[in-house]
Design a protein around this ligand. Structure first.
Ligand SMILES: NC(=O)C1=CN([C@@H]2O[C@H](COP(=O)(O)OP(=O)(O)OC[C@H]3O[C@@H](n4cnc5c(N)ncnc54)[C@H](OP(=O)(O)O)[C@@H]3O)[C@@H](O)[C@H]2O)C=CC1
Ligand SMILES: [Mg+2]
Length: 343
């Protein structure tokens, strides 16, 4: 049965694409990761998101909204030919997903080509990823981050760490192999906990010296080898602000591309309301303090870094909506408002 399927999915044939369910899309993507020939065929009929030195290409539509354009592979090959480049460059694309109609989507970095030439022919601009996050609509941010993270991983894993020999990727880019050691390398994310601590009435937010002025966020920290998420939460809160977590509730997760790929596990935590004195670890944090519901509600309404009159202390604001920290802070504010309504 599997053999028959393989024969049917030759690169020159188009896979029949009736309205796809989630399961069929996932199975299709699995197939593309496993079978280089099928993936090559999907690349030819699919589309590409372009990057230049890891900065994604954005286009502004006629309504002034920025989008990350998906450009047909054949079109990109045409652009490469116009620029006198080898159209086989598209083979360096990495698979990042597929549309509801099972059209495969890839990302490709054209960093070796003059940036302005590509921008001119594509009718867009390459924008730093952090800036792109602010410009794109929230649902596009995960895709642009995933594309960049995979390209970055390939760029920094060209050699085997055991033998120093080159590693070779499969067509989809889901792995790299060292033929000398036989090691297979997979794209990795570093697990990180992000925690919104509450004492029942206030929430605790901190800022690192590198944050923009006035921005406070939920506390975060990398998981140590061998730790559970629960253990990391307890340790990080003890280390960074000197408090003991009493209870913990999972909220959600997010892939975070900065500075390298992290897997953010977001939780709400409570501490004993009689033991809330904060002792900040000044190596990790510039400041950490308790905020009231009123302060947090106002900060959530400030969409962008607020402008400050010279000499005034910076206005308090929180990370934008694409960051999972914002979700934790919004959830806490909603819970507090509900509590107030009920009392
Ligand atoms: N999406 C969101 O809403 C938010 C995301 N974040 C992200 O969470 C991440 C972790 O937060 P942060 O408070 O900095 O973490 P930590 O509190 O763990 O402190 C960072 C320090 O941990 C050490 N460290 C241990 N393991 C790693 C690793 N795998 N990669 C990098 N450093 C490591 C480094 O110290 P040393 O070099 O001394 O060993 C580093 O300076 C950051 O990448 C940040 O961007 C943070 C807040 C909001
Ligand atoms: Mg931290």
């Amino acid at each position: 049965m599997l053999h028959t399927l393989k024969l049917l999915l030759t690169p020159t044939m188009t896979i029949s694409r009736p309205c796809s369910s989630y399961v069929s899309r996932m199975r299709y993507l699995m197939k593309l990761k496993e079978d280089d020939e099928v993936c090559r065929g999907a690349l030819q009929s699919g589309s590409l998101f372009l990057y230049h030195k890891l900065a994604p290409l954005l286009q502004k539509n006629k309504n002034g909204i920025y989008q990350m354009p998906a450009i047909k592979t054949s079109e990109v090959q045409g652009i490469l030919e116009k620029l006198g480049k080898d159209k086989q460059l598209v083979d360096e694309s990495v698979l990042i997903g597929c549309t509801e109609e099972n059209e495969a989507q890839f990302s490709l970095d054209l960093g070796e080509i003059e940036q302005s030439e590509v921008e001119q022919l594509c009718g867009g601009v390459f924008v730093d990823l952090r800036k792109a996050f602010f410009l794109l609509r929230a649902h596009e941010a995960p895709l642009v981050a995933k594309g960049q993270a995979l390209l970055r991983w390939h760029q920094s894993h060209k050699f085997c760490s055991a033998t120093g020999q080159p590693t070779f990727r499969n067509q989809s880019g889901s792995q790299r192999v060292c033929h000398s050691s036989g090691f297979t390398y997979y794209p990795m994310m570093a697990p990180v906990v992000i925690v919104l601590v509450s004492d029942g009435n206030r929430c605790l937010l901190g800022r690192q010296a590198t944050f923009p002025p006035g921005m406070y966020s939920a506390l975060a920290g990398f998981c140590d080898m061998g730790e559970t998420v629960e253990e990391t939460v307890h340790r990080e809160i003890a280390e960074e602000v000197g408090l003991e977590v009493q209870s913990l509730q999972y909220s959600g997760s997010q892939h975070w591309p900065f500075p390298q790929s992290s897997f953010m596990v977001a939780c709400h935590a409570t501490v004993n309301p009689d033991k809330t004195e904060v002792s900040v670890d000044k190596v990790e944090l510039d400041d950490a303090r308790w905020f009231t519901l009123e302060e947090v509600t106002e900060a959530l309404q400030r969409k962008k870094p607020p402008r400050n009159p010279k000499g005034e202390p910076p206005t308090f604001w929180v990370p934008p909506s694409y960051a999972i920290a914002n979700r934790l802070i919004s959830e806490w504010a909603q819970q507090q408002q509900l509590k107030l309504k009920r009392s």
